[in-house]
Design a protein around this ligand. Structure first.
Ligand SMILES: NC(=O)C[C@H](N)C(=O)O
Length: 360
């Protein structure tokens, strides 16, 4: 079960693992001249430990604490004053709505302070895109928030965590990064929270925003930006979780041939307030499942037609108006679930909810 440990590190620990270049280049700039970056650690493979340095699967994610992550990359102290908080230490497949709310409140609290210029969140890659999109919708600040993970555990040969973490700090420390919404950094790429997704189960270059493009990249301690997300995010977003203690239950159902309504009925019985249907093609639904969804909608459950296909939008059809269904635009089912949970805090009117899907 997720550990809930909260602590603040005033100074990053000294480490033995320094490169020669770092040793020979004493810092000339005083700490007061450096931006202040807060790192919030939540676990993941970036904090994962394997039995040997050649083991890159079957390891335990969310094992080492933030101090150890920083030990591996002491160079971050040359580009920012670092403070650290260990929020939880979990494999991100175990992410809960409770932790999402706790994290969002912590981020908003820290960003409200003049002593924080940007935030880096270390996170497992399995659900990093959902957490990033959630924060993109509820963070009330223009300051940079960067989520970072790794595909190889911290103990692996050529672990990708240290450079990813260094690059994430470089992004969070730069004034150029303001106003881009929440970002995801892996593999020197800067992706938007809305459009970046995991594309490969194990490869280091797993993350991409393949349909709409990355927003930038980071090279030599500096972010370079080329695109700005045009959908509503952060300060402009209407979603406010400051007084929210629980998110509505939303289930995702995966469409397929020879489907049935069994899982739709189970979701309704289980108390779902919303259902994301990851349909075939352009969000198509198997006939019996469709009947189940129409019945669920009549009971007040909000139905969103999304797609199990990796790219493209689900178009809104006249039949959706008749059925009172919402369509997901170009959000994948996992991200559609995040938006629907927040939308349901406001309303259960499908027309209103459709307008959120069209704009966020
Ligand atoms: N690469 C990773 O971080 C995967 C891991 N299962 C996690 O999401 O925590």
């Amino acid at each position: 079960s997720p550990q809930s440990k909260s602590e603040t590190i005033e100074k990053a620990p000294k480490t033995e693992m320094k490169s020669e270049t770092v040793k020979k280049t004493p810092q000339k700039i005083t700490n007061e001249e450096l931006p202040n970056v807060s790192i919030i650690a939540t676990g993941g493979t970036i904090a994962g430990v394997a039995a040997s340095d050649t083991q890159t699967t079957g390891y335990k994610a969310g094992e080492v604490a933030i101090e150890t992550l920083l030990d591996a990359v002491p160079e971050v102290k040359e580009i920012a004053n670092i403070t650290g908080t260990q929020l939880v230490n979990i494999d991100s497949s175990a992410m809960t709505n409770e932790i999402l709310l706790k994290l969002a409140k912590e981020v908003n609290k820290q960003l409200a302070s003049d002593s924080v210029d940007g935030i880096v969140i270390t996170h497992g890659t399995d659900t990093i895109e959902e957490t990033a999109y959630f924060l993109n919708l509820v963070v009330k600040s223009e300051k940079p928030v960067v989520l970072v993970g790794a595909m190889r555990p911290s103990t692996a040969i050529s672990a990708d965590g240290p450079l990813n973490l260094y690059n994430a700090v470089a992004i969070a420390a730069s004034p150029d990064s303001k106003g881009h919404g929440v970002m995801i950094e892996l593999n020197e790429k800067i992706g938007s929270a809305r459009d970046t997704t995991k594309l490969n189960t194990t490869a280091v270059n797993s993350f991409d925003s393949f349909e709409y493009g990355d927003i930038g990249n980071v090279q030599g301690s500096k972010p370079y930006f080329y695109n700005k997300p045009s959908r509503i995010h952060t300060s402009e977003s209407k979603f406010d979780i400051s007084n929210v203690t629980e998110l509505p239950k939303v289930e995702i159902l995966y469409g397929h041939g020879n489907d049935s309504r069994i899982l739709v009925d189970a979701a309704v019985k289980g108390g779902a307030k919303g259902i994301i249907h990851a349909g075939t093609g352009n969000g198509s639904v198997f006939p019996e499942t469709q009947e189940g969804l129409v019945d669920a909608q009549k009971k007040g459950v909000v139905i969103v037609r999304a797609s199990r296909v990796a790219t493209g939008m689900v178009t809104h059809e006249v039949t959706d108006d008749t059925n009172k269904f919402v369509t997901s635009d170009s959000l994948n089912p996992a991200k559609a679930r995040i938006l629907l949970m927040l939308a349901l805090l406001e309303t259960s009117d499908p027309v209103k909810i459709q307008s959120y899907f069209d704009n966020y």
